[in-house]
Design a protein around this ligand. Structure first.
Ligand code: ZN
Length: 188
């Protein structure tokens, strides 16, 4: 979403770009302004939506609660993966520079590091080095892990085993969504 705003040089994209050029993090309010604008579009109102990797802080979660009021979220999924495996997955990750599609050294694009989706170049991100990954994991512990208890207190949290093949993890996620739907049906 952020990449899209920067690329289309929208007012918020330009502000974000200048912060990133100075090596600053994008503040919660700006992130949530973008999310709020996207969630107010017609498709999400009708079909619902999945947010991946957002919110990342309790500040963002509070802002999201306000944006979605009075509807709120149906379910929050925590994909549980041991730290060693996270390191391995991130170190083998490769990303399309144009559309952001994810690949890995184990599951590369069909032809010679050219994106299957858009034909862009597929590379290793500069911040996918071991040092940068460790910094991100520290940031996760400090900023994002507190969301687990935040959402548990709101009875929205479900922890899912994130190890194994993408298909296996997808089946577990779909199963968790189905059982939440079932619960809602039988709830008084
Ligand atoms: Zn691409």
């Amino acid at each position: 979403m952020l990449r899209g705003e920067v690329k289309s040089r929208t007012p918020i994209g330009l502000r974000a770009q200048s912060l990133m050029d100075q090596g600053e993090l994008i503040p919660d309010e700006m992130v949530m302004e973008m999310v709020g604008a996207r969630l107010s579009e017609r498709d999400t109102m009708g079909r619902g939506f999945v947010l991946d990797g957002c919110p990342r802080t309790t500040g963002q979660a509070e802002a999201l609660e306000k944006i979605l009021h009075p509807f709120g979220l149906d379910l929050v999924v925590d994909l549980e993966v041991p730290t060693g495996l996270v390191m391995k997955r991130l170190a083998s990750r490769r990303v399309c520079v144009d559309c952001g599609s994810n690949y890995s050294t184990a599951a590369p694009p069909l032809s010679n590091w050219t994106c299957d989706v858009c034909g862009g170049e597929v590379i290793q991100r500069e911040d996918d080095t071991e040092e940068a990954i460790e910094r991100r994991l520290d940031l996760y512990e400090a900023e994002t892990a507190p969301l687990i208890s935040w959402y548990t207190a709101r009875d929205l949290m479900v922890g899912i085993n994130g190890t194994g093949s993408p298909d296996a993890v997808t089946r577990r996620v779909v199963g968790a969504i189905d059982s939440r739907r079932q619960q809602e049906k039988v709830a008084p």
